[in-house]
Design a protein around this ligand. Structure first.
Ligand code: FAD
Length: 464
């Protein structure tokens, strides 16, 4: 239990500036992007791996939960405190420890902001490929713990595909050095990949060695408008069945276009979507300067098909920005429909994308709730936003039923509960629908091995 004596012990360890229990700090760290909160006992700001080890040892000795936190941008309660728990924020562990361009790697502490890694790499003609939409503020520790991806992941893979090694502290305070600095590695069990996506429930990541890749010389964009969701989904399938892998393949559904038309403002007017547009694909190609036009031509060929209304290409920064304008204004425009969005990040096999989009349309009608969908079509990963007014109890009830039916639909289509934010506290109740009892029992065994006292992010990821 966390007591005044524990607080004093931790203050002696970290100093008063980095052990906070004042009302403002507690309120700031009581939530992530989930619309729920839980006030922590204290917030700790370690600066080193050794301090994290010492904190975990205290948590075991005094039996209080620890919730790791990056920037708190997750929306499933992953970084939301738990009752009686303490938040361990990695904000002060934000150093880039090594940048080795020759070996195409970077060694970072978990509090480094994602985009800073990419910026550093670009200076040497390299890039850090994972590009979650939160990259300007989310921390690499949070990205690792949720296996974050982004538009580029259709071509380059998610965070897990860019990890060479990790340093971490297990729930029982053991130091773990996992993986290596080499691009090939076959020595130990691959526990680094196990920790990626484990949402702070197995170990606390204190250092990461990340793979960098050559940056493309240039990028070009296509904006393709279709007369129906089905036409756009069929085009996605055609794109993914030919050899040119796009570096982004993003989708906006009919409702998203309605929202943009109503609330997108000047950005959308200037973007000039043709009349009758019901779905839009944003497609990118990147690579060598003399190869990108060839890729764009190949993509254009398969994007043209039934229901296509218009295809526009952008090869300069200004043209590309203009083509993306409608997509970029969507998140703000969606908020105009209703103040609260129940935001799902489900994923299905590409071949089932059309069925999912159609099912979402039917679910919205059946439960009388507006649903706006958009996302990373190239991975079958959609943001399904059920828009609600939090004060309307009947609407909330319908939205819950709709959410439940959506989960069933996704699983029936061979999909998965989360393609982005993970499970956290908010989606645990669905996990047993996707993962069979035998496998779940093994996952609990793994959890016990890493964290025998159950102090790391209890009540998250796995169902009880
Ligand atoms: C606007 C927006 C756009 C997004 N777009 C995408 C997208 O395109 N693709 C995608 O995949 N995701 C996307 N996301 C989700 C995004 O990937 C996550 O929100 C982000 O990775 C979490 O990072 P964070 O630093 O905010 O972590 P937090 O939200 O603070 O924490 C997330 C989880 O990681 C754990 N954690 C944090 N640090 C550590 C550590 N050092 N060791 C162990 N566990 C730790 C926490 O306990 C928690 O369970 C988006 C999010 C937003 C807000």
């Amino acid at each position: 239990m966390f007591t005044a004596a524990t607080f004093a012990e931790l203050t002696a360890l970290l100093g008063p500036e980095r052990v906070r229990a004042d009302a403002d700090t507690l309120s700031l760290y009581a939530r992530d992007e989930t619309p729920r909160s839980c006030t922590p006992q204290a917030v700790l700001f370690p600066r080193s791996h050794e301090e994290v080890v010492a904190i975990v040892q205290r948590a075991n000795a005094h039996d209080f939960p620890l919730v790791a936190r990056g920037a708190g941008s997750g929306n499933v309660g992953g970084a939301m405190p738990v009752p009686g728990g303490v938040v361990l924020s990695f904000e002060c562990m934000n150093a880039i420890l090594e940048f080795d361009a020759g070996n195409r790697l970077v060694v970072v502490q978990p509090g480094v902001v994602t985009d800073d890694i990419d910026r550093l790499a670009r200076g040497a003609g390299l890039m850090y490929a994972p590009d979650p939409g939160s990259g300007a503020y989310s921390r690499i520790g949070g990205n690792l713990a949720t296996n974050a991806a982004g538009p580029r992941c259709v071509k380059y893979g998610a965070t897990r595909d860019h990890v060479l090694g990790l340093r971490a502290v297990s729930g029982d305070g053991r130091e773990l050095r996992l993986g290596s600095r080499t691009s090939k590695y076959a020595t130990a069990y691959d526990l680094a990949r196990l920790l990626v996506g484990s949402e702070g429930t197995l170990a606390l990541i204190t250092e990461a060695t990340l793979r960098l890749i050559p940056a493309p010389e240039t990028v070009a964009t296509l904006r393709v408008c279709y007369a129906s969701n089905a036409g756009a989904c069929a085009a996605v399938r055609r794109v993914m069945q030919q050899p040119v892998v796009p570096s982004a393949l993003e989708f906006m559904d009919r409702r998203a276009i309605d929202v943009l038309t109503l609330y997108g403002g000047e950005q959308v007017v200037n973007a000039g979507l043709p009349a009758g547009t019901q779905a839009v694909l944003m497609v990118e190609a990147d690579g060598a300067r003399d190869d990108v036009p060839r890729q764009i031509a190949a993509l254009e060929k398969v994007l043209v098909g039934e229901g296509m209304l218009e295809i526009l290409a952008g090869f300069t920064a200004a043209d590309i920005a203009r083509l993306w304008a409608a997509r970029k204004s969507l998140s703000m425009a969606v908020k105009q429909i209703a103040p609260l969005k129940i935001n799902e990040d489900v994923v299905v096999p590409i071949s089932q994308l059309a069925s999912l989009v159609q099912a979402i349309d039917s679910l919205g009608h059946a439960h009388a709730v507006p649903i706006v969908s958009f996302g990373h079509a190239g991975n079958g990963n959609l943001h399904v936003n059920i828009m609600v007014h939090p004060d309307d109890a009947a609407e909330i009830e319908r939205a819950r039923a709709c959410h439940d039916a959506l989960v069933e639909t996704v699983l029936a289509l061979g999909g998965s509960l989360s393609g982005e934010h993970g499970i956290g506290s908010e989606k645990r109740r669905y996990v047993a629908r996707e993962i069979d009892a035998g496998t779940l029992a093994m996952l609990h065994d793994v959890k016990r091995l890493f964290d025998p006292m159950g102090i790391l992010n209890p009540g998250k990821k796995l169902p009880d």
